[in-house]
Design a protein around this ligand. Structure first.
Ligand code: CMC
Length: 428
């Protein structure tokens, strides 16, 4: 028996189909709402109750702390898979065979050279420009350097655009950091593996050999995998909606980067370290800041605690906490800011205020700690998030195009002035 939802408006009943997702979630299909009701719309600021699409990519259950990519548990993927394997899985729907993965990696490498003129664009930015702005601009500029439009009905064309972006993006990410640090740009080494090459482009100094340690590679791999997709969040929805106008892949991803930049989204990892530094500079008394966070008259919040969707625990945080401890141990890092982080989380996790509100450290609390331990400047944290999110954005954009979704165009409830006569300027 098909399920329906009944809506009553001004005494008249309307029936709408109920859709059932693979995890038994229900959604009311209101596609016919305006037509059937003569123009009634819904209001849902922030789209908190609105499913903008059907998607087969990522499943998350905030109450139970579940995150899965294409049906695979994030815990399994973070422990056993590489970032490129996960990228392939997200974009093409299945884990690759060895042959498929090798081809994917080779095709990416073949497309990884960035035009020297992009370098000139980067030169024009001031050294202290925020790297998220720079990354968004350079990604958008890729369209100008690769103007052939993608024929979306051609699998070959799609594939070419995808490997091109997967190849060039790590180069742009590393350039953003090298520019900030005053280091000469590096075009990478295609004889290295994807993550190894990325680490080399990020960290190699011009006067010193560089070989990424296993600790660094493992930590980077985990961080990238944990950030790779998170269903219809702000930046992903941006990528889908920009792409729905049939703007190209690079332009759509560039818009996603701008959306990710904000402190309410990807910028939170930067806010965590800035908060920890402020506490350290104030004498390191984290108990004082726990009290401030609990004080309803104080706007201070513990950055890196709580989550809009995860109300039990953030499964990514569990994994990254272990990785952070490993990185700090293996690199033998002692940093007073990290002591503050540990003190804060130990106290908060045992405090009734935080326990009763289900406020646990989220992924951003620990990711910033690892980035800092690796020597990555705080402004680059969100750029690293973008690097991880790239395959998710690509997968979501590809799904949107393949499903032939209509252009994104929400409605509104107009609450402005009704029609009024124009008043000439001398009579106002
Ligand atoms: N510190 C202190 N109290 C908090 C915090 C916090 N970080 N977060 C929530 N609360 C309290 C809040 O004051 C409220 O208390 P009460 O019930 O007494 O009024 C209660 O917990 C519920 O808070 P809420 O604002 O209704 O929760 P929310 O789901 O709307 O907010 C949040 C989620 C992530 C915006 C919020 O927890 C927060 O501001 N956290 C700090 C910023 C942060 O770390 N953001 C990164 C999120 S992960 C990034 C990603 O996945 O994209």
């Amino acid at each position: 028996m098909s399920k329906t939802a009944v809506l009553e408006i001004e005494g008249k009943k309307y029936e709408f189909p109920l859709e059932v997702g693979s995890e038994k979630e229900l959604a009311i299909d209101i596609k016919q709402l305006r037509g059937a009701t003569n123009g009634v719309t819904t209001i849902d600021p922030g789209f908190k109750n609105t499913g903008s699409c059907k998607s087969a990519i990522t499943f998350l259950d905030g109450e139970q702390g579940i995150l899965r990519y294409r049906g695979y548990a994030i815990e399994d993927l973070a422990e056993k898979a590489s970032f490129l394997e996960v990228s392939y899985l997200l974009i093409f729907g299945e884990l690759p065979t060895k042959v498929q993965l090798d081809k994917f990696e080779q095709d990416i490498k073949d497309q990884s050279l960035v035009d020297e003129d992009v370098h000139k664009i980067l030169d024009a930015f001031p050294k202290n420009a925020h790297p998220m702005g720079v990354l968004s601009s350079l990604t958008s500029a890729l369209t100008a350097f690769n103007p052939k439009s993608v024929e979306y009905s051609s699998a070959d064309d799609m594939y070419k655009a995808i490997v091109m972006l997967m190849g060039k993006f790590p180069v742009l990410v590393s350039w953003c950091m090298r520019k900030m640090k005053g280091l000469p740009l590096d075009f990478g080494d295609v004889d290295l593996g994807y993550e190894e090459n990325f680490a080399m482009m990020m960290f190699k100094r011009p006067n010193k050999q560089y070989k990424a340690s296993k600790v660094v590679l493992d930590a980077l791999d985990k961080l990238l995998i944990l950030h790779a997709d998170h269903e219809q969040n702000c930046s992903t929805s941006t990528v889908r909606i920009v792409g729905s106008s049939h703007a190209g892949l690079f332009a759509s991803i560039s818009a996603g980067i701008s959306a990710l930049w904000g402190p309410l989204h990807g910028g939170a990892n930067q806010a965590v370290i800035e908060m920890l530094e402020a506490i350290k500079n104030d004498g390191g008394d984290y108990e004082k800041y726990i009290a401030k966070a609990k004080d309803k008259n104080d706007p201070f919040r513990l950055m890196g605690f709580g989550h809009r969707v995860y109300k039990n625990f953030d499964p990514r945080a569990k994994i990254i906490k272990v990785a952070a401890e490993q990185v700090l141990n293996d690199l033998g890092i002692e940093d007073p800011v990290l002591d503050v982080a540990k003190g804060l989380s130990d106290v908060a996790l045992n405090d009734e205020y935080f326990k009763s509100r289900n406020l646990y450290p989220n992924v951003d609390f620990y990711s910033g700690i690892i980035y800092r331990a690796l020597g990555i400047p705080v402004e680059m944290f969100t750029v690293l998030f973008a690097m991880g999110r790239l395959p998710g954005w690509i997968a979501q954009w590809k799904e949107m195009r393949e499903n032939k979704e209509p252009i994104g165009r929400p409605r509104q409830l107009y609450v402005g002035e009704p029609l009024r006569p124009y008043v000439s300027i001398e009579n106002r």
